[in-house]
Design a protein around this ligand. Sequence first.
Ligand code: HEM
Length: 502
Amino acid sequence: MTSPQVILFAVSPIIVLFMTRLLWHRVQHNRKYKLPPQIPGLPIFGNSFQIPALQQGPWAKDLADKYGEITWVFLNSSRVVRDLMERRAAIYCSRPDFPMTQGIMSRESRIVLIPYNDRWRVLRKIMHNILSSRQHDVFMPFQDLESKNLLWDYLETPDRWWSANGRYANSVIMSVIFGRRSVLDEPNQIELFETAEEFLEEQQPGKNIVDGYPVLQKLPRSLQWWRPRGNRIYEKTRNVYLREVKDLEERMKAGTQKQCFATDFLATKEIKKMGEDQKLFVFGTLLEAGSDTSRVSIGQIIAGAATYPDWVKRARENLDAVCGSNADRLPQWEDRPKLNYISAVVKEGFRWRPNTAEIGAPTMLIKDDEYEGYRFPAGTVFTWNAWAIALSPKEYEDPERFWPERFLNGEEENALKGHWGFGPGRRVCVGWKVGEMNVWIAIARLIYCFDFEQIPGKPIDTMTIPQITKHKAQFEVKVTPRTPAHAKLIRKECADAVKVRY
Ligand code: HEM
């Protein structure tokens, strides 16, 4: 026999044994559990190679239309999301292992990917203490100041509206966390958005085979082709966070730093128990999650204004009744109880195209469970199919239309009710209140002061607005002051806001 034949002869009993065991396990597994219909895929790799790299929302929506309320991991209706991820959140909302995005790129320290454990609980509490609704008063003055700066930027450089959104959202969170403002085109801010987008890109299901099949992390390190890329992203991300913390420490030494979350946090006993990476990722997560999501959400509503202008008219009736029809004054926080149409607009913005998490965020079941005849094993990965639910006619009348009236139901101020823009259950966005307020004051003022129109020959395709843009605007749109009086109002009320420095 030739040597390959010898090797084959020698290993074939092992292969047969391995295959038999695999089959036996599969039979036992199928007897014990009953899973929803599976989408046909490849042996071993399942559906990994069918998932598009970007804009998975429309892809997952098609699956939902075809396969019904539950597919392999996708929960495709609000009813089942509520039943499992909210009512049974204690066992449904942990996180699976992500050896690339959490292990290598985040050194196990990004809170959004930490499974249910004591570390997650400690971190969630720290974040909750800064971001909860009790903290309104801390954020409101910054949101007021920064949204005035936002209007100024829209007036002066309308074609840079997207960068202005990014600066605005970043500066609010930066002010609260690091006690300093950010300016347009700041290098560290640009890098922060880059690393946030790199994380999102790497997190897309199917992008990293090891995150779908964590067993691959057992390969020798030299064979893990994803590892050098992961290390490179980790280093870049860590440096962005580290630069902020170092600058802060310098200002503290020089006695020029005002009190902020970071100065308080650096003095707590919790931080003494944290490793360096964990400490940096607490700061970094706040900056990353606090900046990217709000700029995207404001962009969505602008797309809604340009493509469905009928609601803008009605929003302005509400705004003009409160602030004057001739640009008398800007909308203020105190006007909120009278501007319920704007609150409905913001909710509709979160529902309409849930671009922050197009196919939800994967969670892991931690205990075997039964639901409506299905038996799920512990370890099953679930997600709420955000795009499919938001655009289902079974959930919403005329779902593709931007139609704030659907939320004019007396619950405009209950920002989480009626959509899944912030996720369900125990993993619901811990910064939802701050995010909602960021969007509310920005949109109230932008819609009062500016017209948003599609550019002839460049219609906005609202079904493919990208979530990852690499510094470019999400779409092109024409931004003009509503009237000369509105432009004058911005000059009068916002010029000082741009000059404030701390
Ligand atoms: C418009 C704004 C925002 C939107 C649409 C949004 C959306 C989301 C979504 C969909 C999740 C995942 C929920 C899940 O896994 O079920 C999430 C998680 C999270 N968000 Fe937000 N978010 C926003 C603003 C913010 C802000 C301002 C902060 C902080 C400054 C923040 C911090 C976080 C954190 C730390 C998590 C992880 C929570 C955990 O895993 O326990 N978010 N957000």
